[in-house]
Design a binder for this molecule. Structure first.
Ligand code: SAM
Length: 190
């Protein structure tokens, strides 16, 4: 047996929940790796909604999607994920099976533009309301930077208080690694 690393485990969770023909959210598009992954999971009949506040991220992701022939099934918003509920069309809201947040800053980008605990939690609440039963929200938490430490604490505090009748909440983390490795919080709607 080989324990899954953090990013492969995040994808494993999404693969189990995100169905062909359903909707999924990439809440932090960045360079678009998760957007591509989700676009393949939902297929041509499904739809991925992606959010990012940096134009550079949306440009990079648009060209990545085009290269792979996946742009038709993806809608990108140059808005914060905290606006998810008002951006997603009603016909897709009822088909939402999964969402991923890859928190922190854009790799090789501006390290001063980071996700923030208040807007992240607002988005998680909105997305949770839309999720179908059995749907999942996967958060990959990077806490090596100062704002990341604060975001980690506030998110843990928030998810620990989610009613267990409403969701299963998981934390997946390697606890003997140096340099604050990322870890996963996952919320599965019951
Ligand atoms: N998953 C991405 C990839 O495959 O490259 C990496 C995401 S990166 C760690 C985090 C991204 O979140 C950055 O591109 C940043 O601009 C974005 N971001 C920060 N605040 C945001 C917000 N309120 N809503 C949506 N995206 C946000």
């Amino acid at each position: 047996m080989k324990m899954e690393g953090i990013l492969p485990f995040a994808r494993l969770l999404l693969e189990k929940a995100v169905m062909k023909g359903s909707a999924a959210i990439d809440a932090t598009v960045g360079n678009g790796h998760d957007t591509v992954f989700l676009a393949r999971l939902v297929g041509e009949e499904g739809r991925v909604f992606g959010f990012d506040i940096q134009e550079k991220a949306l440009i990079n992701t648009t060209s990545r999607l085009k290269e792979q022939g996946l742009n038709e099934q993806v809608t990108l918003f140059d808005r914060g994920h905290e606006q998810a509920a008002s951006c997603i069309p009603p016909e897709w809201k009822s088909r939402l099976t999964g969402a991923v947040f890859n928190l922190g800053y854009l790799p090789k980008g501006d390290k001063s533009i980071v996700t923030k605990p208040e807007t992240t939690i607002t988005a998680v609440k909105q997305i949770f309301e839309m999720l179908v039963p059995g749907g999942i929200i996967v958060l990959v938490i990077y806490h090596g930077h100062e704002e990341g430490r604060e975001e980690k604490e506030k998110l843990i505090d928030f998810v620990e208080k989610i009613d267990q009748q409403k969701a299963h909440v998981l934390r997946y983390e390697f606890i003997n690694q140096a340099n604050n490795p990322p870890f996963i919080l996952a919320i599965e709607k019951r």
